[in-house]
Structure formats: structure tokens, C-alpha cells
Design a protein around this ligand. Structure first.
Ligand SMILES: Cc1cc2nc3c(=O)[nH]c(=O)nc-3n(C[C@H](O)[C@H](O)[C@H](O)COP(=O)(O)OP(=O)(O)OC[C@H]3O[C@@H](n4cnc5c(N)ncnc54)[C@H](O)[C@@H]3O)c2cc1C
Ligand code: SF4
Length: 427
């Protein structure tokens, strides 16, 4: 069904150091819950729960023993590093004038520029990694200037790709040469395989909590996060599911809102609209197992606007993912019933297609065995020691949680390794 590997000797404790460093820098609001499978971090105070969410959290814990927690979110509740705490205005997707949510443009990139050690080359679309085949070392990258469309080169002592999993692997596959005919750093033949993405809202449930009326206010504070239901299947001390391996969590929220389904016209409609509806809803995010036959390759017949060959993606969800989707709906309904919700609605999408999770990882997997993996535990290519891939491409499994904190923690760990190796003269 799937192909797990005995892959890494990354100690959790060594990753925890990177996670803590990242969380302190990013600023993550959350609530410590003491769950080993959803480790607590160094959190800022969480953003609070609505009445509906509080009732849902308490009832689910009491009746099912499962944990509903305020979503852990990269939005500040305390100012740090010149960034203000969130003022709950709402539309984060339009940009945050107070820099309260985490965004590389005004955090990592700005801080790196401030060191004076970074040369920022805008509009550079990397095409290939350049190699010195006499020494088997990466010597830089070839990029296309997005404005002039001219090819240009830039050189360095080491090359770190961090273009997002699929794009970093596209660059490696497009960098094939006489010595690496199947893609750079691909002597194993594994590059491009084991693509994973989360099962996005495969199963969902929602219900009404009519005993929690609220006075509605169109100008009230708008919290940029909701709730998270921690995984509760296939954990130590819990009976194993007979239907699937691994597990899933849920994202959701609960609130009172205008009754947009009100009927009638004129005054009757306005009165109906102001009759508040209180609902709670959750959607499942599930783990996808790694499979060899989920892979990407270069499409030799199609290039992008810069003339760079594009990726052709081959991916399906399998038997395990479909079983998870059905369970998401059933457990969602069970939680709504535990919360005493009325008018429960639920759905499952057994043929949910991959790609909606927008958490693509795993196409240049890490591992101890250079014959079965592309990168070592420091995301350093087995084949080329001054070439690193610091994004989700190295993942060998997805877990069910969102990937970015782990990507960043691994990156910190890999950069420490790179700096030490450079100081020792090994790179
Ligand atoms: C709508 C949305 C919501 C998400 N929500 C969450 C969430 O709640 N929690 C979570 O953990 N994750 C979330 N993710 C996933 C998260 O965004 C990714 O895991 C994360 O951004 C990956 O980081 P990265 O550095 O690998 O890639 P990116 O953040 O994509 O950075 C890659 C950078 O490389 C540049 N680049 C790409 N190709 C090239 C090239 N050829 N040459 C030069 N530069 C290039 C890009 O412009 C970009 O700046 C979400 C993603 C989306 C799309
Ligand atoms: S709600 Fe979003 S945009 Fe508004 S202050 Fe908070 S983080 Fe910024």
C-alpha cells in the first residue's frame, strides 16, 4: 500500500531546538495541550474561543476525550521585533499594515537584507543548477531575467534550493547533464517520486447551537483563526483503526452570524436576517501515504513563459486516503452529536483529488541510504555535497499537520550544519 523507509536519525530533540527558534522569531499564538503528537511550542497567548467553540471544545473532551484547541497561528498577540500585535481587522489576505502576521517579505528577507550580507536579485527565475563536473560541485545557478528574458548566471560556494518542493525538483530535473542524465543529484532514481499532499476537507461536519444566541455586530473584532481538532486515531494507548493507517485532524470554527437564509422581503427579511444563527463546523485534513507511483517528471513538449520545461504531475489518492475521508465524516458527526448540535450536516468526498491541500512535499526524500533517497538528514544531496534543498521536498511522510513549521525547523538545522561544515573547510 505504501512505502515507508527507515530513514532518518533526526532526533526529535534536535528538531525541537529549530522549532523553538522558529516559533520565537515568527511569533505563534496557541494553547499548550500536552499532546505528544501535537507538541507544544513557545506560544504567545492564544486568540480566544467563541462561545460556540468553547462549548464544542468542552463537550468533545468530556464525551469523546478528543482535543479541540484554539488554532495555532502565526499572527501576533504580543509585539515582537518591531511588529505590532494583531488588531483583529480581518482581511489578512489583503496584507497586514502592522506586520502582525508572519510574512517573509517583512521578516526573514528584511532581516537578511539588514545584515548587509545579502544580495537580492529580483525577477530571477532559476532554470538550472550549474555544475563543475571536475570537482562534482555545484558552482551556481542559471536564471532567466523575468523582465528582459535574458539568461544570466550567479555563482556561490554552495547552492541552496528553496523554491517550494515541486519547483526545487523541477530545477534539479531540468539540470540533468551527461553525468546525471536523469536529473541532478539523482543517482538513486528517486528524485520526483513519493509526492504527497494533504487530503483537504475530504470529510466535514457542521451543526447549529441554537442555545447560544449573540447580539450581532457587523464591526466586531475579526479573529484571523479558528479551532483545530488534534488527531485522535492510531495513537499509542488508543485501539488501532481497522480501516486505515495513520490519521487526520480538523480545522474549523464556530460563531454567530446573520441569518443569510432568511426568507421574505422588506421588513420581514430584515428581521429574519437579524435573527442570529450560531453554527460550528469542521473540515478534515488527512495524512497522505508516500507511494512511488505518485511522481513528477519534466514534460519535454511544454515550456513556461520563460522557456523552462514544466512539470508533469502524476498523482492519485489511494485506498488508505479514501478510508480516511469516510472516517472524517463519521467522526465529525460524532463530535457534533457530543456537542449537542442540531440540524447536523456532513459530507465525505471519497474521490477528493490531490492538489487541493496545497501542501505538496516529498519529491526529493531524505534518507540514510543514498541508493533509496536523494538527500541526507541535513537536506544535503547525497551525490553533491555543496547542494542543499531546504523546503518540503525532503519529507518522507506528511503527518496530518500543516508543514511549514517543520520545513522552517529543518531549514534552521540544515543551515547550522552547512555553516559548521564551511567553517571546517568541508564545503
Ligand atoms: C493558500 C495557502 C494557505 C496555506 N496555509 C498554510 C498554513 O496555514 N499552515 C502551513 O503550515 N502551511 C500553509 N500553506 C503552505 C505553505 O505556504 C508552504 O508550506 C510554505 O510556503 C512552503 O515554503 P517554501 O519556502 O518551501 O516555499 P514558498 O513559500 O512557496 O517560497 C518559495 C519562493 O521561491 C520563489 N521561487 C519559486 N520558483 C522559483 C524559481 N524558479 N526561481 C527563483 N525563485 C523561485 C517563489 O517566488 C517563492 O518566493 C499554505 C499554502 C497556501 C498556498
Ligand atoms: S487580522 Fe490579519 S491583517 Fe488584521 S491586524 Fe490581524 S494579522 Fe493583521
Amino acid at each position: 500500500m505504501s512505502e515507508f523507509v527507515t530513514w532518518l536519525n533526526i532526533l526529535l530533540s534536535s528538531l525541537r531546538g529549530g522549532t523553538k527558534e522558529v516559533e520565537e522569531y515568527v511569533g505563534v499564538a496557541g494553547l499548550a495541550e500536552g499532546l505528544p503528537h501535537l507538541p507544544d511550542g513557545k506560544f504567545q497567548p492564544h486568540m480566544g474561543l467563541t462561545c460556540a467553540e468553547t462549548k464544542f471544545r468542552n463537550r468533545v473532551k468530556e464525551k469523546l476525550g478528543w482535543t479541540v484547541t484554539p488554532a495555532r497561528t502565526a499572527n501576533l498577540t504580543r509585539p515582537i521585533n518591531g511588529r505590532a500585535a494583531c488588531h483583529y481587522c480581518g482581511p489578512c489576505e489583503r496584507g497586514c499594515v502592522t506586520h502582525s502576521y508572519f510574512n517573509s517579505a517583512y521578516t526573514t528577507v528584511a532581516d537578511a537584507l539588514a545584515t548587509g550580507n545579502l544580495t537580492h536579485i529580483p525577477n530571477a527565475m532559476v532554470f538550472q543548477v550549474l555544475m563543475d563536473m571536475n570537482t562534482n560541485r555545484a558552482r551556481g545557478v542559471l536564471y532567466i531575467d523575468r523582465v528582459t528574458r535574458e539568461p544570466k548566471e550567479v555563482y556561490g560556494r554552495s547552492v541552496i534550493l528553496g523554491a517550494q518542493s515541486l519547483e526545487s525538483v523541477r530545477i534539479l530535473l531540468n539540470s540533468a547533464n551527461r553525468h546525471y542524465p536523469n536529473g541532478l543529484a539523482n543517482s538513486s532514481g528517486v528524485l520526483g517520486h513519493y509526492l504527497m499532499d494533504h487530503i483537504f476537507v475530504g470529510g466535514s461536519a457542521m451543526g447549529d447551537l441554537p442555545d447560544l444566541p449573540t447580539k450581532l455586530n457587523i464591526n466586531g473584532p475579526k479573529r484571523p483563526c479558528g479551532i483545530y481538532v488534534a488527531r485522535f486515531q492510531n495513537l499509542p494507548g488508543v485501539p488501532r483503526s481497522k480501516k486505515f493507517l495513520r490519521g487526520y485532524g480538523y480545522e474549523g470554527s464556530g460563531s454567530s452570524n446573520f441569518n443569510w437564509s432568511a426568507t421574505g422581503f422588506g421588513d420581514a427579511f430584515k428581521r429574519g436576517l437579524l435573527d442570529p444563527v450560531t453554527t460550528v463546523g469542521i473540515g478534515g485534513f488527512g495524512e497522505c501515504l508516500p507511494r512511488w507511483d505518485n511522481y513528477v517528471q519534466i514534460d519535454p513538449n511544454v515550456v513556461d513563459v520563460y522557456g523552462i520545461p514544466v512539470l508533469h504531475i502524476h498523482m492519485t489518492f489511494g485506498e488508505n486516503e479514501r478510508a480516511i475521508v469516510n472516517d472524517m465524516r463519521e467522526s465529525g458527526e460524532a463530535m457534533m452529536e457530543a456537542a449537542g448540535a442540531k440540524n447536523i450536516r456532513s459530507f465525505a468526498v471519497p474521490d477528493r483529488e490531490p492538489g487541493r491541500g496545497i501542501h505538496e512535499v516529498g519529491v526529493a526524500r531524505m534518507g540514510n541510504d543514498a541508493k533509496k533517497s536523494v538527500l541526507n538528514q541535513f537536506q544535503q544531496a547525497h551525490d553533491i555535497k555543496n547542494l542543499f534543498v531546504c523546503d518540503g521536498a525532503g519529507f518522507t511522510s506528511t503527518a496530518c499537520q500543516n508543514p511549514t513549521l517543520t520545513i522552517m525547523a529543518l531549514c534552521v538545522r540544515s543551515c547550522d550544519h552547512l555553516m559548521n561544515e564551511m567553517k571546517r573547510g568541508n564545503i
